[in-house]
Design a protein. Sequence first.
Lengths: 528, 548
Amino acid sequence: MTKNNKSDVIVIGSGHNGLIVANYLAKAGLKVLIMERRLEAGGGLSTEEITVSGFLHNLHSYFHDTINIMPAYADLPFEEFNARYYRPPVQMGTILPDGRALCMYDSREKTIESIARFSEKDAKKWQEVCDNYEEFIGTVVIPALYSAPAPPSEQVLVLEGSPEGMEWLRIMRMSPEEVCDEFFENDVVKAMVLHQLAIPRGVLPDYTGLGAIVPLIICQVEHSQIALSGSHMPAHAMWRALIRAGGDTKSLAHVSKILIKDGAAIGVELESGEQYFAPTIVSGIDLKQTFLKLVGREHLDKTLVEKIEKFRLDEFSVFGVHLALREAPQFEVQKGYEDVNQAFRLNIGFDSPADFTDVVADIRRGRLPEKLALIASVPTLFDPSQAPEGFHTALIWQLVPRKIKGANWEDVDQEYMHLCIEKWRAYAPNLTEKNIIKAVTQTPVDIANRIINMDEGGVFMGRMVLAQMEGFRPVPECAQFRTPIKGLYLCGSCMHPGGGMIGGPGVIAADVIGDDLKIDKWWEVSDY
Amino acid sequence: MKDEYDGIILGGGHNGLICGGYLARAGLNILVVERHLEIGGGLDSHEGTRSGFWHNVHSNNHRGVCDLKWYKDLELDSMGQEYIRLPISVAMLTKDHKAILWYANEPERTAASIGRFSKKDEKAFLETNKKYAGLAEDVFAKEQYSPPVPFEEKKAILEKSEAGRQYLEWQSLSINDAVCKIFENDVVRGMICFLSVIRGFETDSPGLGFVVPAAIAAGVNTQMSKGSTHKLGHSLHKMITLSGADLIDGSAVKEILMEEGRAAGVVLRDGRVFKAKKFVVSSLNPTQTFLDMVGEENLESEFAQKVKNFKYSDTTPLFTLLLALNQRLYWKAAKYDPDVNDAWYLIAGLDGFKDIDNLYEDCAARRLPRALQLLGAQPAQHDPTQAPPGKCTAFWWQIAPGNLSKEEGGPDRWDEIREDFTERCVQHLSHYAENLTPDNIVEQFGQTPIDIERHLPNMVGGDIQVGELSENQILDKRPFPECSQYRTPVKGLYLCGASCHPGGNITGAPGYNAAAVVCRDLGMDPWWDPPEARDHWESLGNGVERKK
C-alpha cells in the first residue's frame, strides 16, 4: 500500500505490460505504484458488459497466442491468482460458400489432413515447413521476442553462418504474401495463413521484410488460447499479485505531466493536480503521449521530437460488433466439415489472398471495405461463464481504416454492423434477428476514447512495419527501453516486439531497469 | 491458491467480502468464490457503449456507509475509497411541478417543505423526528447490526424502556397504516410511503410499522461512491486481497461438498474442488444454497419445504432507464423550489397513495405497471468523474415484476419490449424535465428486471432484496427461524447474504453479523467489537434513557 506520495517506481498505465513490469519490480522488493486513468486495470485486457448485463464482451485483445511462450506467465503467479487459459482443439476454421471448410487444429496431423482435402501438395509442404523451421523458431526467434533488440548487424551475423540461417534471411526479406505464394498452390490454404497476420500480429500481407511470420504461424510454436472468464481475468490476477507483493495501483488517476528536474524524471502530476514522486518512471502508454504530452518538447532534443512526430500509427483499425445471443451461430456445412462449428477463430469471407488485397486497398483509400472478410468467434463455446446460463456471446472484427474519408463513424456504424451480421448469417442461418438479444458496435473512435493511447483506434500503438520494429521501435534512441530523460523508461506496445498480449515490452523493461537499479533479479533473463 | 481452506465464502457481493475480510483478518484461511468476473455483486458499474459515461446499474445511494463499523474496521478509506455526501436526499416532483424535499440531516427544512403542502404534517414530521430518536438509534439501528433477537425475548426486554415500548407499539402496524397515522396529506403520505417501497419493504404487510418513525427520526445520510459504485467493489477487492484471503472470480459454485452430514467444501462448475476444514458461508439465496448446492437429499423434508416456500418479491424488481446526457437535466419544479436542482434522488410520477396501491396491484398480478413512478438521480451531477467533462449520466428506476404472468407474455417479453419501455420512461420523464430533448441524449438504454436476474441469479425475478421483506420473512424469521442466527440445519454451513436479517441494500449488515457468529462458533473472540442489541436494550431498561 502506498501511504504517502513517494515510491521507488511509478508505472504509467496498467495495461498488461505495465502490470508485468510492476510485478517483477515489486517482487524484487521495490515500492511500485501504477497510475491508471480508467477504473479497471488491464488496458486492452478489457471485458465489459456493453450489450446486456451478464453478457461479457472482450473489447480488445481476445486471441491470446503467446501465453505458452511468455516468460512473465511462467515467472509471475498468474494462475496462483486465478488466471486460467484454454486452448480450443480446433484453433481456426475457414468456412467456404459451398459449405466446405479448412481447419487448423492443435494437432499438426489433423491440420495436415484438413489441408490435404484441398491440396495434397500443400499438405506435404506444411509438414516440410514445420520440419525446417520449428526448432529454429523455438530456440532463436521466440527468445528474441523477449530480449532487448540486438543491433541489425548482430542479427545477420547470427544467421548468415548456416544455410538454414541464410534461407531464413531470404524469407525474412519477402512479404508474407510472397512467402505464401512460394510455399503453397491453394488459395484457401494461403488465406488461412494470411488471415492470422493482422490480428493478432498487426501485419498486412504485403509488408515487405516480414515474410518470416509465415513459418511462425505454420509451426504453431504459439498456441491460440482463450482467457477463461474473459480477457480481463489475467489483469485481475496480475493486479492481485501486485497488491500481495506490496505494490499498489491508483485508478481514475490520469497522469497529465511527467515531472522533470535537471534532465531527470522525478515524478508525475495527475490531472487533479496531485503529485507523486519516484526516481524511476516507466511509461506503458504510447510514444507520442509520453514525450509530446507528458514530458514536453522543451525537455527534448529537436531531432528526437521530429522522429517521434514521424512515428507512424497503425495502418488499419478494427471495427467490432459484439452480440448477445440466445443460441450459438451454426454454419451450414457439407458432411465431414462439421469441425468448423467448433473453431475458436473463424474466417468468414476471406477465401483467397485476392480478398485481402481488396480489403487493404479500400483501407488505404480511406474507404469502408466493400468486401467483408470477418474475423469472428463465439467465446461461450469454450467458456460458458461469459454469458448467463444457456445464452451466448459472439464477436466480429472487420479490418477498417482508422478514419473514413468524408464520413463519421457514428453515421455509418449501424449500417456496417448489419452488413457484417448479414455476412455471417449467409453462412449461419440461425443468426436471425430473433436470436440476437442485442448488438453493439465498437468503432475506431470508441477504441480511442476508451483507451486513449490507441490513437485513432490503432490497437498496436505503432505500425508493425520493418522500419518500426526491433532496434528501430519506436525510435533508435529509445529502442533499448531507456530514454534520453534520465530515470524515464518505456514498457508499452510502442516498444519491441510490439502490440498485442505478448508481454514482451514489460519483461524486457523489467530486465533493463533491473540492470540500471542493480537489483538482485529473482527471475531468469531470456537470452538468445 | 490452496486445495483446502479453513472457510469458504460463496458469493463475492459486499456481504460475502465483508464477512470474508473479518474472518481472514481473524487469522483464518479464507477462499471467496464469485461467479461473475467482477466482484461486488450489486456494486456494479458499466462504461456505456459511449466511452467515459459510467452507469451504476444496481446500487447507487450507500446510506451512511462511511460511518458503519465494517467500513472503519476494514479500513476502506486506506484502500482508496472516497464518498460524496449529499445534503438533499430526495425531491418528489408532482405532475403540476411542485415538490417536497427531504434534506439529509435538516429536519426543520424538510418539515418546512412538507409544510407547503400541509401545516399539520409539518408539525407531525417535526414531532415524530424528535419523539422517536431513541426508537431510531437505540432500537432500530442497533437491531440492524446484531443478530435478530427472538421476538418473545426481545419483547420482554423492550417493554422495560420507553424507546422499546414505542418500537413495539409501532411494530403492530403496517408501513401504510403508520404513514396514515402520522400524516394527513395524500402527497406527503405518498412520498413517505414510497421511500419505504423503494427500500424494499412490503408497505402493506403488518409488523413493519416501526420503519416509518425510525426513518423520520434518523434522517437519511445519503452518500455516493466517488468514481462510480463499482469503485467500492475495487476497494473491497483490495481489502480482501490484502487480508490474505484468496479469491476466485469468474467461476460459479456447482455444489456444496457434503461429508458426514457436514458442509466440507465446494465443487465449481469448472470442475475445481476446494475443501473447507471448518465452515462454508453462503451469501446466495436459500433456493440456490439449499436446493441447488446442498441438495434436497441432504435436508429434512420439512426444512426443504420451507426453502421452497421462501417468497421472492414482485414489488422490488426494477426496470432501469440509463441515460448518457450532453447536459444535466433541470427540473420544471425548480421554479417552485430551486433546491430541486441540487437534490440527489428525484421521484417523478407519484402524486399520492393511490399510485402506490395501483403499483402493488399491477405487481401482484405480475403485469406491466399501468402508470410510471420513476425514482432516479444524476450521479455525474454530483460526481463529475462519472462522465466526460460537462456531460452527465442519469438512472431511473421503475418498479416492475420480472416474472410477468403468462397473459402478460411471460419473463421473455422483457427482451422484446426493452426498447419500447425505455422510450416510455424517457417520454414520462420529459414532462418533469426542462431539457430532456432528443439532442440532449447521447445514449439511452434499459436494463430489465430479467437482466438483473441473469446478472445476479440470487435476485430471483429481479428481486433486489433477495426475498420479500414482509412480516413472515424479517427479523428472527428471515429467511426462516432456524436460519435467522446465520446458522443453518446443515452442520458447518452459514448464511451471510441479503436473504438474512436485515435484508438487501448496501448495509453490509448480514455479512457483518454473520462474521461474528462464525467467529464465536469457532471458539474465537472477534478481534473487532460486534455490538449485541440485547445488551444495549437491557441498558436502556436500566433507566439509561438517551438524553435528547
